[in-house]
Ligand binder design. Sequence first.
Ligand code: NAD
Length: 469
Amino acid sequence: MYTYDTLLAKVTTAGGPVREVTDPATGAPIGSVPVNTVADLDGAVARAVAAQPEWAALSDEDRRQTLLALADAVDASAEALALVLSREQGKPLNGPNARFEVGACASWLRANAALDLPTETVLDDESGHAVLHYRPVGTVGVITPWNWPMMIAIWQIAPSLRMGNTVVAKPSEYTTLSGLALAAVLNDVLPAGVLEVVTGAGEIGDALVRRPEIGKVMFTGSTATGSKIISASADNITRLTLELGGNDAGIVLPDVDPAAIAEDLFWGAFINTGQTCAALKRLYVHDDVYDAVVQALAELAAKMPMGVGTDEANVLGPMQNKMQFDVVDSLVEDAKARGARVVLGGDPDRDAVGYFYPTTLVADIDDGAALVQQEQFGPALPIVRFSDVDEVVAAANGIEAGLGASVWSADRDAAVAVAGRLQAGTVWINSHGGVHPYVPFGGAKRSGYGLEFGVEGLKSVAVPQVISG
Ligand code: NAD
């Protein structure tokens, strides 16, 4: 069990090439993390590959029990993990943020311990007998982004370990401390080499993808990086699951009660201060309820406290980095220049030390605006007016991303009918962005391919083998 200080001491490095880590809310130094070389990567891959046969030789029940022990270890150090995460990533301790994320890590480990992927008898008659088995891939490369750095890592690590694989994980260079802290807690339970972590930026990720010993890469990040990973994987035919960028539409039909849906709309869009893959990023509202929905959202959003993550009162935090702050800022400025109406926010203090972008609602914006067409990945929601369902379905489908979407209506059947027409991996009804460890999750179109979670998630880190005869 760690305290914040003991955990930080365990993962902070003084010698060698290091990257200084600062708090995105205050600019204060937090610690420093190693910047690994390709030689370090080679060592990590070699250790993970060497550890794999023994790990795979354990019984499934032993690995199941290990996952449960990992969940207990996360719980025992939950507050320390949440503090590291909050300080480095910026997300508040409270609300659906740091404590929630650490709690989800423990839940995902337990859920992956509970799942079953039995062998399947796919043919058993006079024409023959065939059984489908799921074998370990070997060593899995896990490359993660900076928005949910612990939870997304666990999404890949838990099923990989359960299926008898070892893992080499590369956290984002923006949230390395969080990745190392989580691994430190897990590695107190795991045998040596089963979970290795390498640090660094894109070139280390690229080198990891290109290693022939890596049988599968689980990647979560931007669509542009996903394309590069597809190219890098080509020589070795490395298997890939790609969870890429989204620009999810939410469609509000005219029969809703605006006050009743405002809070779920808000969190659908602003969870993790908008820095969420499957957040609601383009809100389309029917003309009949447009003004009432905008007003209800604005009243609610204005009350949500934003500030330093370690202040218990806050539920919204800073942007994690200046790069993303600038993306949001320029998209909102562009919307203003096009004549859109800023209902709330839109006036950041660009000279402040922390990367705080205020909660922003942009109404009366045309569908062609960059704030609608591109992923903002921050707390600025464009709200587009519509009057025709066919037109709004075309607008929702009119971009290259297809991660999630949502339909909001008092009439479930009407919502499901619209949902079926949307090109997205998940369509939520009257909510947005909720994930569950038993429900498969993955993108359509340029939001990637492959599924995670549930039994499909276990299959994604396994190699199917048919034994016939
Ligand atoms: P990113 O693509 O910049 O970086 C993600 C990871 O890839 C980092 O660890 C980075 O170091 C690494 N990387 C960069 N170049 C690489 C290369 N050439 N080869 C291998 N690895 C490389 O993404 P980001 O800015 O950290 O994350 C934000 C994006 O992630 C958003 O677009 C968001 O929508 C998306 N995202 C998607 C999901 C999902 O489940 N679909 C979840 C979270 C975030």
